[in-house]
Write a protein that binds this ligand. Structure first.
Ligand code: AHZ
Length: 311
């Protein structure tokens, strides 16, 4: 019979496992110079398969009823997830990310440059995460993280370590679950998902029906319009839940970042929108390569979500 899924993780450096017939503390230092007799512990392929699939399907089962679903794991979605998971360990938070690699556009600063600029006061979020940055002093209006990937990998790793968060990557939200509110309006009540590779082939394969996750609250952070971007707000327009989109405007860092943070809100019952997806609703400017608004829009999205959730 398959072994039950372990409830708690054991840190590798405290594990005692049999190595070369001897049980001894397993450290990297122990291995040095001992490669001639080196052997991995034996395995059968089906054990690997079951170790992965049992957990994945247990997660699908658990998160089929989530408390909050975050669509998109870019800089805004990950910041939202961090704040929500930290504030409310009792909530089940699912993140659905279309890409194989979470992080959206936050692996680089601007163009193909490494450094990531965050305007003050978003440096507070970097201190919260423990991400180091360069600050040119009290008169400087922004701080610089030496590589965007340092910010993104840190927030991602912290989010993934929360026991109440599950990231389903390579999975696209294809539609929203909606309910009528009895007064001619709708309430968003979950998401309709599919493997992203399946979503990309609806034009050349016969109907491949999706899966669903129910949740009383969705936070959509799918970025500005593009092949996958602005997903939820475009769907709200086609369902006539909101009249039209304002369309993202040209670049103006000063107006754009304030507008995105302040505008982060529940735009339709059950659906909060944050990050650059919001620029498509409100007709806000883009900010280009400054990421403070994405982090703080995440902070505000989490605050708005908890307000709704606590009602
Ligand atoms: O893959 C997308 C990306 O990782 C994901 N996504 C989009 N549609 C999805 C769908 N289902 C699941 N239907 C989906 N996932 O959402 C993520 C969006 O990340 P992003 O980095 O594009 O958006 P953001 O709002 O978090 O950050 C925007 C960063 C920008 S854009 C910009 C400018 O153009 O001026 N400036 C900044 C700082």
């Amino acid at each position: 019979a398959p072994a039950p899924v372990a409830k708690t993780a054991t840190m590798p450096h405290t594990t005692s496992v049999p190595v070369n017939g001897h049980t001894k503390p397993q450290t990297v230092e122990d291995m040095a110079g001992a490669w001639k007799d080196f052997r991995f512990a034996p395995i059968r392929e089906s054990q690997v398969s079951r170790a992965m699939t049992r957990r994945y399907f247990a997660d699908l089962d658990k998160y089929a009823e989530s408390d909050i679903v975050i669509i998109g794991a870019g800089s805004c979605g990950l910041s939202t997830a961090y704040c929500l998971a930290k504030a409310r360990p009792d909530l089940k938070i699912a993140i659905i990310e279309a890409g194989v690699a979470p992080g959206g556009g936050a692996w680089l600063g601007g163009q193909l440059f490494s450094a990531m600029v965050m305007r003050k006061p978003a440096d507070a979020f970097l201190r919260e995460l423990g991400v180091e940055y360069e600050d040119d002093g009290p008169d400087a209006n922004f701080v610089v993280v030496k590589h965007a990937a340092l910010f993104t990998s840190t927030v991602l790793s912290k989010v993934l370590q929360f026991p109440n968060v599950k990231l389903f990557n390579a999975t696209a939200v294809e539609d929203l679950i909606t309910r009528t509110d009895g007064k001619g309006g709708i309430r968003v009540a979950g998401v309709v998902t599919n493997w992203t590779l399946v979503s990309m082939h609806h034009d050349d394969q016969s109907c491949m029906d999706p899966n669903t996750l129910n949740a009383p609250l969705i936070v959509s952070t799918t970025g500005h319009d593009g092949p996958f971007g602005a997903f939820s707000v475009k769907r709200l327009v086609s369902m006539q839940a909101i009249p039209s989109l304002g369309g993202m405007r040209g670049l103006d860092m000063n107006t754009a970042e304030d507008a995105i943070v302040k505008g982060t809100r529940e735009i339709c019952p059950g659906l909060i929108v944050g990050g650059m997806e919001l620029s498509e609703v409100d007709g806000a400017n883009r900010m280009g390569p400054t990421f403070g608004a994405m982090a703080l829009s995440g902070v505000k999205a989490a605050e708005e979500a908890l307000k709704v959730f606590d009602q």
